[in-house]
Design a protein around this ligand. Structure first.
Ligand code: FES
Ligand SMILES: [Fe+2]
Length: 392
């Protein structure tokens, strides 16, 4: 329980002094971010970079997940090149050892460890089939702020997971998920059909910092995936909702039914009619130009036999692969643009009718980044290096 352990992490101010475009920090820090899937973590080191911070993750002997700064306090060797001795990490260069809180417990050849020697420790928990890491001030870490992906815990639910490492800013992935008109062009052989882009009724709803983009199509030919797995012979009614919450939480729901049933109205999320599925995304910036994407597609077991389900699962993997091809080339194109820009702003030269959701999401992130920058200025933080964060 984070509530029980967070007091063990001392406050770390502005660990990297990162200032971004226009003097603001590029990433929202006081949030939980997806760090991977629980099955990836064991007694071997798992080294990843999140929000420009190198992190090493592993499990204690009792299975508790732990995350530490992947940079020894001595000569900055990655701790992930060292070894685990029980619940202690030993640096592979000169043998300094660290406990689970990042505190240095041993320096070879010395009887005394000077106070204040250590590396940063990050709260890390597993919930709703994801690992979640808190990248900001550990004192503020609260498990209740982890997004409610409780659907993934439903008994009997079938899920397929996939992981990508994308050469693109995370905002480009969020844009993609909040504008499903691209299905008509990128996924035309599976979930896409022209109606999604051309004739769907759309609504963008903002509720606090949550944005939902709803799309409804009535009496339309089913897209190939819906025809194949939904068993439709005639036209259908179909609906989609993409939901965004800061910093990067996105989930999408697809539903359908034989034409005439009508599409649900309102800000629903759960109704999937005769056939549909959910997609849950864990999106985490690695740097300003690289991102992690962890995704579950989830569906009820009643949608087909084992072979059908396997076919659908592999089709979903093909679909997300089609998207993943786009992001790096989009990023490269942005990088080549001589106009002053940032990956977050992407310098779009036109706004189209399908952009409502993603623009709302960007405005929310912009506002929170500005607040964060103001708070940090108020803290007096300003580019000081990371230092000890162990308070025992
Ligand atoms: S760099 Fe880690 S002990 Fe020297
Ligand atoms: Fe897509």
């Amino acid at each position: 329980m984070i509530a029980a352990v967070s007091h063990r992490f001392a406050r770390v101010q502005d660990p990297f002094g990162t200032v971004s475009f226009l003097g603001r920090r590029m990433f929202l820090e006081d949030h939980w971010y997806a760090a991977g899937f629980p099955g990836e973590l064991g007694r071997e080191f798992l080294a990843r970079t999140f929000l420009n911070q190198a992190v090493v993750m592993f499990r204690l002997e009792d299975g508790t997940p732990v995350a530490l700064e992947d940079r020894c306090a001595h000569r900055r060797a990655p701790l992930s090149m060292g070894r685990l001795i029980g619940d202690t990490v030993e640096c592979g260069y000169h043998g300094l050892r660290y406990d689970r809180w990042g505190g240095c417990t041993r320096i070879p050849g010395q009887t005394r460890v000077p106070p204040g020697v250590g590396v940063r420790a990050y709260p890390l928990v597993e919930k709703h089939r994801f690992l979640w890491i808190w990248m900001g001030d550990p004192e503020k870490a609260d498990e209740a702020a982890i997004p409610d992906y409780g659907v993934l815990d439903r008994p009997g639910l079938r899920v397929g997971d996939i992981r990508f490492h994308l050469d693109a800013h995370v905002q480009l992935v969020i844009d993609n998920l909040l504008d499903l008109s691209h299905l008509a062009y990128v996924h035309g052989t599976t979930t896409g059909s022209p109606e999604i882009s051309e004739t769907a009724r759309m609504k963008t709803v903002q509720d606090g910092n949550t944005v939902r983009v709803l799309r409804w199509m009535e009496n339309v030919p089913p897209a190939p995936t819906f025809r194949q797995f939904g068993g439709y012979e005639g036209n259908i009614d179909s609906w989609q909702v993409s939901e965004f919450r800061p910093p990067t939480y996105v989930r999408v729901s697809y539903g359908s039914a034989p034409a005439g049933r009508g599409v649900p109205e309102g800000d629903w999320y759960e109704d999937q009619g005769h056939w549909g599925f959910y997609v849950y995304h864990g999106l985490t910036p690695e740097t300003e130009k690289r991102s992690h994407q962890y995704r579950y597609v989830a569906f009820d077991p009643g949608m087909g036999d084992a072979r059908t389900i396997e076919e659908f699962r592999s089709q979903c993997d093909r679909i997300i692969t089609e998207d993943s091809v786009l992001f790096p080339v989009q990023q490269a194109s942005i990088d080549r643009d001589p106009a002053p820009t940032s990956a977050r702003d992407i310098n779009a030269r036109v706004e189209i009718v399908h952009d409502g959701g993603l623009l709302a999401a960007r405005r929310i992130v912009d506002g929170l980044l500005a607040e964060q920058a103001k708070d940090r200025r108020g803290d007096g933080a300003g580019g000081r290096p990371a230092h000890l964060c162990h308070d025992e």
